[in-house]
Design a protein around this ligand. Structure first.
Ligand SMILES: [Zn+2]
Length: 409
């Protein structure tokens, strides 16, 4: 079995699920155990500047092998797995030379079917790694870690491949939105970087949503229902009225591509007080501001109709589209595209309908697009990855390092 697959299978044995309820960093001890393991691997590989800080951020560097100045570039992956499904006792299955049809997961209580996941049709002849149907796989993002380290190991083994300084960063708690929080950009030392955290082969992402959360708080008055006439104000009715004022065709379930939305994602209700939790998403900063204003206007409208002050709105921006940070450095995207094309991979540029650590890092001064891992169906028991896809990711990373060096010769 090749080094890449061995690495990956070793990494998924670590339970590194992150926990949004824990405010520590890392949010779970398992991530630190994995980080320590990887740290030793980086040392054994002979990398320099290997450091693991107390928050679980692991960094290292492969020094340049050319005698001219090349900007340092970075590759980043996250060590945690999503809270959505268990990542404990992962038992990967390898399907050699997939020829179509359903794949029984584990004892067969679960299946991975091309009827549900038509992407499988494009993977005939591939060797796939699946779960046993009881956990997620953890390809998100341990495949990224395995691919980065296999690429580094290939660069070390082939000194004739030119490269500048290559910075490696493995982060905790990406899945709970905190992966960039304590990332030390200056210490990392790269001029720009790539997260290796995407899906199918060819994915290249440098646009993501602008994101705002909007909490709508409705204040009511609770009185015994037997004597409530003219006195009770039921905050749940106010909340319901508010939700009916929101556009029904601008929701996650009615939009795709570059379309934005409002999403009511939680509601906590009682007669006296109801709180609606919305998220607002749009790729365009201007349009995002208009969406925020729309909610402000609707709250004012409702307050006008009811007694004043019954409805409150709290808007909090959480992240922005990285496009505006990446576009001033067109070579960051151009080199990634060229590297893919040189590896016979057609770049598939598409907007991320979510956020990434790369977006946050881009705003911290480290432009950071996202590149594919070769994996599918992240965050659930149907997660799987193509070994051929993983191998292509390794090739793209190696080629990207080389192309960057040649570009500055
Ligand atoms: Zn990920």
């Amino acid at each position: 079995m090749n080094e890449l697959v061995q690495r990956f299978l070793r990494y998924v044995t670590f339970d590194t699920q992150s926990n949004p309820a824990d405010l520590g960093c890392p949010s779970t001890q398992g991530q630190m155990v994995f980080a320590e393991f990887l740290k030793q691997e980086l040392i054994d590989m002979g990398l320099s500047n290997v450091s693991l800080d107390s928050n679980g951020y692991l960094m290292a560097r492969l020094p340049s092998n050319v005698d001219y100045d090349v900007p340092a570039i970075g590759f980043i992956a996250h060590m945690d797995t999503a809270p959505d499904a268990s990542g404990k006792d992962v038992k990967p299955q390898i399907i050699d030379d997939y020829q179509g049809g359903d794949i029984a997961l584990g004892k067969g209580d679960e299946i991975l079917s091309p009827i549900q996941y038509p992407e499988l049709h494009k993977l005939h002849g591939h060797n796939l790694i699946t779960t046993d149907g009881t956990t997620l796989l953890g390809a998100d993002n341990k495949a990224g870690i395995a691919e980065i380290l296999s690429a580094i190991s290939e660069l070390i083994a082939n000194p004739d491949i030119s490269h500048g300084d290559i910075c490696v960063g493995f982060t905790p708690d990406e899945e709970i939105g905190r992966g960039a929080n304590l990332f030390d950009v200056e210490k990392f030392g790269a001029k720009w970087a790539y997260t290796i955290d995407g899906g199918p082969v060819g994915e290249l992402e440098f646009e993501n949503f602008n994101a705002t959360s909007a909490d709508v708080i409705c204040h009511g008055v609770n009185v015994h229902p037997g004597t409530a006439k003219g006195k009770m104000v039921n905050s749940m009715n106010i909340a319901a009225q508010f939700q009916m004022m929101m556009p029904a065709d601008e929701t996650p379930e009615t939009t795709e591509g570059y379309e934005g939305f409002y999403h009511l994602k939680s509601a906590e209700m009682s007669v006296a007080r109801s709180e609606l939790g919305y998220i607002i998403r749009d790729f365009d900063r201007e349009a995002q501001e208009q969406r925020k204003q729309f909610m402000v206007d609707k709250v004012a409208e409702l307050n006008e109709k009811l007694e004043k002050g019954r409805v409150e709105l709290i808007l909090t921006d959480s992240y922005f589209n990285m496009k505006e940070q990446v576009e001033p450095f067109p070579h960051v995207i151009e080199l990634a595209k060229q590297a893919m094309i040189a590896c016979d991979v057609e770049p598939q540029i598409k907007p991320i309908r979510g956020g990434t650590d790369g977006a946050r890092l881009s705003f911290m001064g480290l432009p950071c697009p996202n590149i594919f891992t070769g994996g599918y169906n992240f965050h659930g028991i149907h997660e799987f990855i193509s070994i051929e896809g993983m191998e292509q990711a390794v090739k793209v990373i190696v080629t990207l390092a080389e192309k960057t060096a040649l570009n500055y010769r």
